[in-house]
Design a protein around this ligand. Sequence first.
Ligand code: RBF
Length: 158
Amino acid sequence: MATSLKNLNDYNKENFADISDKKFGIVVAEWHSDITDALCAGAIDTLLQHGAKRENIFRNTVPGSFELTLGAQFLALQEEIDAVICLGVVIKGDTKHDDYINNAVANGLTTVALKFNKPVSFGLVTTNTLEQALERAGGKHGNKGVEAAAAAVHMLSF
Ligand code: RBF
């Protein structure tokens, strides 16, 4: 699906299942919210393009990316939710906070997916700079929200 320097919407949609009755929970971190809002817009557009109904897409916010895991768990617990899409941006700073957050989110979301047996997408943009994050939220490196939503739809077709 994704490769560098490519705009990333060239996955094969034809094999995807009908998602017109599927319900999606989206969890959006509020840190760098201008960027996470763009990721979320890309995710929602993608779900709609694949046939999801707007009223079946539920957007929730959490303070920061570290909280994506618990937000995902709250949603995955709800029986009617078929898949969860998690979106955040973590930018490297002077300390190792990014490592701790990124690893916690990757491990946490994996655990939630396996515990609830539901797709939980990892839409966490982890970059060295703000510019690199913008490039991945509708810029020259595509929109990782689009990819996270497409991954959820793909997994519902498994
Ligand atoms: N949350 C993000 O979503 N992106 C960040 O880049 C980010 N940087 C942080 C840097 C530091 C030093 C700390 C302490 C937190 C940061 N957070 C960031 C917030 C984190 O995900 C979480 O919301 C808070 O630590 C509260 O649990």
